[in-house]
Design a protein. Structure first.
Length: 211
């Protein structure tokens, strides 16, 4: 099992990018990434995608190695052929989870990770691998705009994640965490959770926020 769960990738902490490269364990020029996003218009001009390309450039992964999947059709095993990383991007967590299940990507992600592939999550992409995505709206930043009733996630990790943590949200998260049966890890934009078969550790500076 190899997962790296983040708030904003390594945009604000280059150490996370270095840990990502170690996790994949290939030359950057050889790393092939399956980048999962919700459908967007003018993909190559999207400001969030442009920021992500800048992150890839920072660790020397070329643009040509990135394959986009826009969660608007059924996915197949062939889509993941020769891929080293499944990277689920940020956005509305409820929409992501709904589309991931409807396209069949949930099953392929589980199989991919089981067979040694690397999973990288950014914000919503970190939430969806938890037992549930209930923590996505603890800070009211993520709305259930589609009225999703089944919040069960992919259950690849035994805890909840709440991204973009700031100290002002501590009391809100503490109260919310008391109502769930799962432990919760709050990540700042400079932190990430590195999960392998042997360990789960929070990387990045600052206080480790586990509730």
């Amino acid at each position: 099992m190899k997962l790296l769960l983040t708030s904003v990738g390594w945009e604000k902490n280059s150490k996370i990018g270095k840990e990502f490269l170690k996790l994949v364990n290939k030359k950057p020029s050889e790393i092939r990434i399956f980048l999962v996003i919700t459908p967007v218009k003018f993909l190559q001009r999207n400001k969030y995608i442009l920021r992500q390309f800048k992150q890839f450039k920072g660790i020397r992964i070329p643009e040509r190695n990135i394959t986009f999947f826009q969660l608007d059709r059924k996915v197949s095993k062939d889509d993941l052929k020769n891929m080293d990383v499944i990277f689920v991007f940020g956005g509305n967590t409820f929409e992501y989870l709904d589309r991931i299940k409807k396209t069949g990507l949930d099953k392929l992600i589980k199989n991919f990770v089981k067979n040694g592939g690397v999973y990288l999550g950014l914000s919503a992409g970190s939430y969806v691998v938890c037992p549930t995505i209930e923590a996505a709206n603890w800070k009211h930043a993520d709305k259930n705009i589609i009225g999703l009733k089944n919040l069960k996630g992919l259950n690849l990790v035994p805890f909840l994640v709440t991204a973009h943590f700031e100290e002002k949200w501590r009391s809100v998260i503490e109260k919310s965490a008391e109502k769930t049966k799962y432990p919760a890890i709050a990540l700042t934009d400079k932190q990430a959770i590195l999960i392998t078969e042997k360990s789960v550790k929070i990387i990045g500076g600052g206080r480790k926020n586990v509730f």
